[in-house]
Ligand binder design. Structure first.
Ligand SMILES: C[S@@+](CC[C@H](N)C(=O)[O-])C[C@H]1O[C@@H](n2cnc3c(N)ncnc32)[C@H](O)[C@@H]1O
Length: 316
């Protein structure tokens, strides 16, 4: 929850950290951040981009890093010193996503986002990828939105609690507003998140319901029963099949499900090291004794099933 002005006076404005930026902050970074409908993580007031920082009318100021992102995760919203995915996890995800295994999923997601934008109330807000990781899906969304709605300036925002993920995203992808922040309190202005996407992430239904207005959407992507079954067969003697999580929490928060579809296809993993990267990206890594895939047990390219459930929810 935002803090009231009364509470604010106790906390006081956060001083801008020392300027550590290179002099040549890209113009595209400022444009993306200033059109992204960002809100102060302390009090929810709109943030304005000013030179090298984002500032709200109460004087809370947040540096824009030279690498091209803003950190909107004040210490009181941080559960640990280095929250979210580690650098190694981010690098593994990047290598695997670069290999194209999840490209058909990115296409299906973009199609659904465009459909939702077409029917969203006030679709001139922003599209927020919550828990965006290293930015592969986020940038794909940006490209598809730009090419199908060339005259509509919908800004795409990528938010992740991992600074490693956002640094990696900002380094590679331009024209997205990259934010270190938390799903618990997305730093977006009230009523401006036309679509929130959450892929393999952590939905904060009640907070998102409060943030959005009627006619806006959340799109989720979750593992289905057969997702990465070939990997699980390598890791476990006894593979268990779980259904995708239910939609109960979304419905209880007040959302209505408007779409549910399965995306299911076979892909290939070309090398043992990419298979290890895939394992690194999943919770199976913690339970796995099998890390060495370059024996005769696996033939490369290895078949891999992608089986996910994609759902759209609308705030009625
Ligand atoms: C399984 S990864 C998915 C990343 C990306 N959506 C993808 O599919 O490539 C989950 C991501 O959520 C981030 N994360 C975890 N807790 C978060 C929170 N409270 N707020 C924002 N991001 C969070 C992690 O740092 C990680 O990048």
């Amino acid at each position: 929850m935002w803090q009231s002005p009364g509470q604010l006076s106790e906390i006081g404005p956060i001083p801008a950290a020392k300027q550590r930026h290179s002099p040549n902050l890209r113009k595209s970074v400022l444009t993306a951040l200033s059109t992204a409908k960002l809100a102060c993580p302390i009090d929810g007031l709109p943030l304005k981009a000013s030179d090298r920082s984002l500032i709200c009318s109460q004087g809370h100021s947040f540096d824009i890093a030279a690498a091209g992102y803003a950190n909107l995760l004040p210490v009181q919203l941080k559960a640990s010193r280095d929250p979210g995915d580690s650098k190694a996890m981010v690098q593994a995800r990047r290598r695997l996503l670069d290999d194209g295994v999840f490209k058909p999923l990115a296409d299906a997601l973009a199609d659904l986002v465009l459909q939702c934008l077409a029917s969203a109330a006030e679709p001139d807000g922003c599209v927020v990828d919550a828990g965006c990781g290293e930015g592969f899906y986020t940038d794909h969304l940006r490209q598809q939105i730009r090419s199908s709605r060339p005259n509509n300036e919908i800004q795409v925002v990528g938010v992740d609690i991992s600074k490693w993920a956002i640094q990696s995203a900002a380094k590679r992808y331009r024209d997205v507003a990259w934010i270190v922040g938390t799903n618990k309190q997305l730093p977006i202005e009230q009523d401006c998140a036309s679509v929130i996407t959450s892929l393999f992430g952590f939905e904060m239904w009640e907070s998102w319901f409060a943030l959005q207005r009627s006619g806006q959407f959340v799109i989720t992507v979750d593992s289905g029963t057969a997702h990465l079954v070939e990997l699980r067969e390598l890791v476990y003697d006894d593979v268990r099949f779980h259904d995708a999580p239910t939609n109960t929490s979304a419905i209880e928060a007040g959302y209505r499900m408007t779409e549910e579809m399965k995306v299911n296809y076979k892909s290939t993993i070309s090398t043992p090291s990419l298979l290890r990267d895939l394992l690194e990206m999943t919770p199976h890594v913690h339970r796995s004794k099998t890390r060495d895939f370059d024996d005769d047990a696996v033939k490369f390219p290895a078949q891999m099933t992608v089986d996910v459930v994609v759902r759209a929810f609308m705030k009625p």
